[in-house]
Design a protein. Sequence first.
Length: 454
Amino acid sequence: MSEKYIDFMVHEAPVEFLEGTTASGKTTTGVPKFMFKVAQSPKKLHILSGLDLGTIEKNIITKDNGILDIFGSTIDYNPDGKGKIKLPHIIYHVDANKAHDKIIYVLGYDNKARWKKALGGQYGCLYIDEANIADIDFVREAAMRSDYLIGTLNPDDPNIRIFDEYVNCCRPIEKYKNDVPKEIMEMIKRIPAKPNWTYWFFTFDDNAGLTKEKKDRIIENVPPGTKIYKNKILGLRGRATGLVFSNFNTNKHTIKKYEAKQFKYRYFSCGVDTAYSSDSPDTISFIFIGITMCGKCVVLDEEVTNNADLTEPLAPSDVIKHLVEFLEWNRKEWGFAKNVYIDSADQATIKESHKYKRNNACIYTFNGAWKSKMKVIDRIHAQLGYIHEGEYLVMEHCINHIIELESYCWKEDKYEPEDRNDHTINASQYGWIPFNKFIGGKDGTTTKDKDGNY
C-alpha cells in the first residue's frame, strides 16, 4: 500500500469520497476500510451498494482482492438471502462470538422498489460504489440513515447532483490538497464544506500494486485529447459522450489573466440569460466578453446565480442592479461594453432594464439578443469552428462556463442540444453574435503590433 492509502485507512471522518483515474485502486482500498468500519460500529446493520447485484459481485465481492479474497472465512455471502433475511446479504463474523455478527445488505440502486423496502431503519456504515451513477434518491435516503458513508466515483458530468450535494462538500486533508487537480478544486470550493467530510483524489501513482508496464499499457490504449482520456487517464470531470463542444480542451482554450491582458480589444460585450425558478438548477448568467483586434473571442468574466440557492430569490428588477454592478466592475478592469444583450424571450427583464435606464444615469444600452439572426444550430456550428481554430478562449476563473462547455450535450433522438447546462453558453452567444464577423480575423486585421502584442 502507498503512503496515501495508509493515511486514508487510518483517517477518521463521517463521510469520505474517493475520485480519480482508472486503475488507481479506489475500490481495492475503499472496501477494506468499509469492512473495518463495519467491525468497529456498534450497529448490526450496514449497506454495501452498487448498480446491481451482478456488478457488486464482479467489482467488490468476488474480484481478486475483493471481500471474499481478503476476509475469507470471516464472512458468509448469501446472494439469495437466507433464513429470515430475504435480501442478498453478507454475514460478517467480526469475532468468535456470533452474537456480535454484522449484517451487510447488498443493494443495487437500480431497483428502487427493493432498496426502498430495505431502507426502513438505521444503519452503521454505507458503501456506495460508482456513486456518480447512483440514484440520487437512494443516496439521500441511505446517507440520512447511516453513521458513516464512503463512496467511490469516476469523473463524470460535474452537474450531476451528487457532486454539489455530497462530493463537493468534502475537502482534501492538508497533506494531499495539492494532489487535487486545479479545475476539480475550483468546483469543490464553490460549495461550503461540511465538518470533517473528506475528499480523496487518487491516480495511477497512488496504486503501489500497479506495475509500470500495466500503467503504460492502459495509457497507450486511450487516444490523447479524447474525453475518455480526460476522464480515465487524467481523472478530470466532464461528460464523455454526446458533447456538443467536444473539441473544447481546457489546456488549449483556457487562459490566465496576464495572457488575456496581452490582447488589444476591438469591442467588449455582455450577454445575459435568465431563469428565475427556485425549483430547478437553471441559472441567471452574465458573461462579459472581449473581441480582440486579431479576431479572438475571449470570455473575460462571468456571474452565475441560482434562485434555488437564495432565501430571497432575485426578481428582474434585482437582476438589473446586479448586472450594472457586474458591467461597472468589468469596465474598470477591461473596458466599456456599451451594448448588453438580454435573452429576447425574457421581456420582463428587458422591460426592467429600460425602466432602470429611464430612472438612473446609466451609460449602458440594453438590447434583446439577436437570436433570430442566428439559430441555435448555426451558433453551435460557428462556435465549434471558433474553438477548433483557437479563436474562442475562456479565462480560467470562469468555472461555470467551463463546466457547461464540458457538459452541454446533444439529445439522443434529435439533432438539437438538450435544454440544460446551457445558460452561460447562451449568454456568451448573445454577447458575440453581433460581432461574429470580427471573430477569426475575417476583416483582414493584423495579429500583432510592432512590440509583439496582440
